[in-house]
Design a protein around this ligand. Structure first.
Ligand code: ADP
Ligand code: MG
Length: 272
C-alpha cells in the first residue's frame, strides 16, 4: 500500500466535472477517459473526450494533425494536467498526478520526437528508464539485465558499448519504445512510432507491437498516421477531430465511417 490514500495532486487542477458513469464501462477497462477537456488559454485542444481502453487490447488513436492526440497522451501520462474531466487507471483516478507518479502506477509513453541521453550508451539509456519505473531493480546489474531484455525485444544491440549517436530515425524510435517498456508498464501509450521508417521497417514495427502485447501482456494505445498498417494491428480505433471524438469502433467500421473519411481519411481505405 502506498502511504497517501488520496491521489496527490501536484498542480492545481480546475474543479473537474465528475465523470459521468458510462453505461458501457466495466471492470476490465484498463483506462477510462471521462469528459477530458484541455484548454491552452482560449484554445480548446480537447473537448469532453470520453472513451475506454480495454485490458489487453491495442487501441488505435487517429485524427488529423493538431486534432489533440499528443495532448491526450500528455494528459494521461501527466505531462499536462487536464483542465477538466477524469482519467482512471483500473478505476483509480490519476488525472493531474505528476508524470513520475503516473509512471509508477504503470503507464509509459513514447514521445513523437525521441530525446534520448545522447552521451549515454543505448544500454544505459534503457537502464536509466528501468531504475525510474515500477518494480525498480535494486542493483545496476538488474537494471541492465532488464534493459538488455527490452533491447532484444525491439531488436537493438545489447552490447554495453553501443553508442546512441549511431542510431538513425528508426533506431531512435525503437530506443524510445525500449525505454518506455523498461519502466514496466501495464499500459503503453505509443505516439507515432513508425514515423521515419521505410515500409518493411513499418511492417516489422507493427509486428513488434503485437509481440510486445503478447510477451509482456500489456495494453497499448497507438497513435499512428500510416493507416493501412495501423488498421491491421489494432482491435478498435478512436478518432479525434478538432479535439473532439468523432468516431469509435473496429477498423473496418472506421474505414467506412463517412465523418471519418471527410475529416481525415479523404478517401475510403482499401485494406489489402
Ligand atoms: P496531434 O498530436 O493530434 O497532431 P496535438 O495534441 O499536438 O495534435 O495538438 C493539438 C492542438 O493543441 C494543436 O493546435 C496544437 O498547436 C495545440 N497545442 C498542443 N500543445 C500545446 C501547448 N503546450 N500550448 C499551446 N497549444 C498547444
Ligand atoms: Mg502528435
Amino acid at each position: 500500500m502506498e502511504a497517501p490514500s488520496e491521489p496527490f495532486l501536484s498542480r492545481p487542477v480546475a474543479p473537474a466535472k465528475p465523470a459521468p458513469e458510462e453505461p458501457g464501462s466495466h471492470a476490465r477497462d484498463m483506462l477510462t477517459v471521462g469528459g477530458v477537456t484541455k484548454r491552452f488559454g482560449g484554445f480548446t485542444a480537447l473537448n469532453q473526450v470520453s472513451f475506454e481502453v480495454r485490458e489487453g487490447e491495442i487501441l488505435g488513436l487517429i485524427g488529423p494533425n493538431g486534432s489533440g492526440k499528443t495532448t491526450l497522451f500528455n494528459c494521461v501520462s501527466g505531462a499536462l494536467p487536464p483542465t477538466a474531466g477524469s482519467i482512471r487507471l483500473r478505476g483509480e483516478e490519476i488525472g493531474g498526478l505528476t508524470p513520475d507518479r503516473i509512471c509508477h502506477r504503470g503507464i509509459a509513453r513514447t514521445f513523437q520526437i525521441p530525446r534520448p541521453f545522447r552521451k549515454l550508451t543505448i544500454l544505459d539509456n534503457v537502464a536509466v528508464a528501468a531504475h525510474f519505473g515500477t518494480n525498480q531493480p535494486n542493483t545496476e546489474a538488474q537494471a541492465r539485465a532488464r534493459a538488455r531484455e527490452m533491447l532484444e525485444l525491439v531488436g537493438l544491440p545489447t552490447d554495453p558499448l553501443a553508442a546512441t549517436t549511431l542510431l538513425g530515425a528508426g533506431g531512435l524510435k525503437k530506443l524510445e519504445l525500449a525505454r518506455a517498456l523498461a519502466t514496466g508498464p501495464t499500459l503503453l501509450l505509443a505516439d507515432e512510432s513508425l514515423g521515419g521508417l521505410d515500409p518493411s521497417e513499418m511492417h516489422d514495427a507493427a509486428e513488434m507491437l503485437k509481440r510486445i502485447r503478447r510477451d509482456l501482456g500489456i495494453t497499448i494505445v497507438w497513435v499512428e498516421h500510416i493507416m493501412a498498417t495501423l488498421m491491421r494491428v489494432v482491435d478498435r480505433i478512436v478518432v479525434l477531430d478538432h479535439g473532439e471524438k468523432i468516431a469509435e469502433g473496429p477498423p473496418l467500421e472506421i474505414a467506412e465511417h463517412p465523418q471519418v473519411i471527410e475529416a481525415y481519411l479523404g478517401e475510403k481505405i482499401v485494406l489489402a
